[in-house]
Design a protein around this ligand. Structure first.
Ligand SMILES: [Zn+2]
Length: 324
């Protein structure tokens, strides 16, 4: 069906005339359908792309509009509103069970945010999204820019706005950083999401990545046992990107803070296990909307996502020393 045909199918002629007067939500639905047809033609993989778009329309007003913005369609006032949404691909619990594949791509992720964290197909390294670029910190310590076709099994992104600044000094360790940030969270509202960006010189920082696994994939804990690599850097300049999930997110993600790091020269990075900081300013983006984008394949639907994976997730977030 042509793009015009899609619009006709959704809206009869007498309503099309009044398109400008309709609610924002209705207009966004049209945008999303038109854009999804365009993407489908370009990618030649209509079924997958269209399936994701439909979910995005159903899941969130925000998701539908960022899609069109990301593909170069006109910016509008709804695009501004959409900046206030944390988008999550799948669940940390699906990742914990070894679902390391999926149907969402890096190109699609970039339409949902310019800042965030996550991982890649096969659990092949740690993701840092900064200023609209998706970086992959690999198991051997190298960092690469990710092509749009890369599969993203799990991620959280948002369009970053500096809502809150937190002055930091004499931060001895990661727990101290979390305490300082939690004071701001307490003040502004513990039940929001917060994305953080902290650019500083770090006297010391310990981060990890991991080599990818091949199918059939092991669980997250098993994959990290064999493939995790850890790196300590001294006096390195870079940016910590992190996410705070509120207490009710325990079955979809992990509660509290999760930090990734990338150096200024974009050559080093990973999942932060420990750090120290003399002084710096953390910027927080307080976000009150949340959208989930689920994978749509048999393996995803075969997962029992009611299973309690909290012990595995706690284990996966620690360094090898803490596990001993
Ligand atoms: Zn991580």
């Amino acid at each position: 069906m042509s793009e015009r045909g899609q619009i006709r199918r959704i809206l009869p002629p007498h309503r099309r005339i009044h398109a400008r007067l309709r609610t924002k939500m209705e207009r966004l639905r049209i945008d999303a359908v038109v854009v999804s047809r365009y993407v489908s033609k370009r990618n030649g993989d209509e079924k997958m792309v269209f399936g994701i778009k439909k979910k995005m329309i159903a899941a969130s007003l925000a998701g539908a509009f960022t899609l069109s913005v990301g593909l170069g369609a006109s910016h509008g006032d709804a695009a501004q509103a959409d900046r206030e949404c944390v988008a999550q691909v799948a669940l940390l619990q699906s990742l914990a069970q070894g679902y390391f594949g999926g149907t969402v791509t890096a190109g699609q992720l970039r339409t949902l945010g310019d800042t965030g964290i996550g991982t890649f197909e096969g659990l092949n390294g740690e993701m840092i999204v900064l200023d609209g670029t998706i970086y992959q910190a690999l198991g051997d310590g190298k960092v690469v820019v990710v092509p749009d076709k890369e599969i993203i099994p799990f991620s959280n992104v948002t369009f970053f706005d500096k809502d809150i600044s937190v002055k930091l000094s004499q931060i001895a360790d990661k727990a101290a950083l979390e305490r300082a940030l939690n004071q701001a969270v307490q003040k502004h509202g513990v039940n929001s999401f917060y994305m953080i960006k902290l650019h500083a010189e770090f006297p010391s920082i310990l981060f990890r990545s991991e080599y990818g696994s091949k199918e059939p994939y092991p669980t997250l804990v098993e994959a990290l046992k064999d493939k995790q690599t850890e790196f300590t850097e001294k006096n390195i300049k870079g940016t910590v990107v992190g996410l705070y999930c509120p207490s009710y997110m325990g079955e979809l993600n992990s509660v509290g803070w999760h930090f990734h790091f990338i150096s200024d020269d974009k050559k080093k990075g990973g999942h932060v296990l420990e750090l120290s900081l003399q002084d710096g300013t953390a910027y927080l983006d307080q976000t009150d909307k949340f959208a989930m984008i689920l994978h749509n394949d048999k393996k995803f639907h075969d997962l029992n996502l009611a299973k309690d994976m909290s012990a595995d997730i706690r284990s996966a977030e620690q360094d090898s020393y803490a596990k001993q």
